[in-house]
Design a binder for this molecule. Structure first.
Ligand SMILES: [Zn+2]
Length: 158
């Protein structure tokens, strides 16, 4: 870990413990360069979750995608930044905590919809309409691809 004070990358760990909710490891470190102490939080990600897209491609699970969708859904609704974080944390934890290491975009969409529905009907309806439109578009693109198997669409890089 790079020391936030002197930027040297040389430290020893003096204490390790799980965070309150168990989703991260908190390490207290001492810099061997300047002697100052700092804390790092490491998320438990030894077994990353991969997302299976409709076309069968896999990509690493990306929390920010859920975050963006939820933010858009709760726009002008009575949600604080903290409320949104909590909600997204809950969704993320549910996805990362399951034993399956691969999850479909559909499963994620359903989970987000279920969670939103439980807290705000308007946010739920908004998310669901955007999600369904997106799903339909993705299906449409896949259909075109099967007609033209050599065709590439933008954003199709590995
Ligand atoms: Zn230092």
């Amino acid at each position: 870990m790079r020391c936030p004070f002197c930027k040297k990358d040389n430290d020893k760990v003096i204490d390790t413990r799980p965070s309150e909710d168990g989703s991260a490891i908190r390490r207290r470190r001492e810099c061997l360069g300047c002697g100052k102490r700092f804390t790092t939080h490491e998320r438990l990600e030894e077994m990353p979750v991969r997302v299976i897209k409709k076309n069968g491609r896999r990509e690493p699970f990306d929390r920010s995608k859920i975050h963006t969708g939820v933010l858009r859904a709760v726009e002008k609704r009575p949600f604080s930044i903290e409320d949104v974080e909590k909600l997204v944390d809950e969704m993320e934890r549910e996805i990362l905590d399951q034993s399956e290491r691969e999850v479909s975009t559909r499963d994620i969409g359903e989970l987000v919809m279920a969670k939103l529905r439980a807290v705000d009907e308007v946010a739920y309806v908004r998310f669901a309409s955007v999600y369904r439109e997106y799903s339909a578009l993705e299906e449409f693109i896949n259909e075109i691809r099967t007609f033209n198997p050599n065709g590439k669409t933008n954003g199709d890089k590995e």
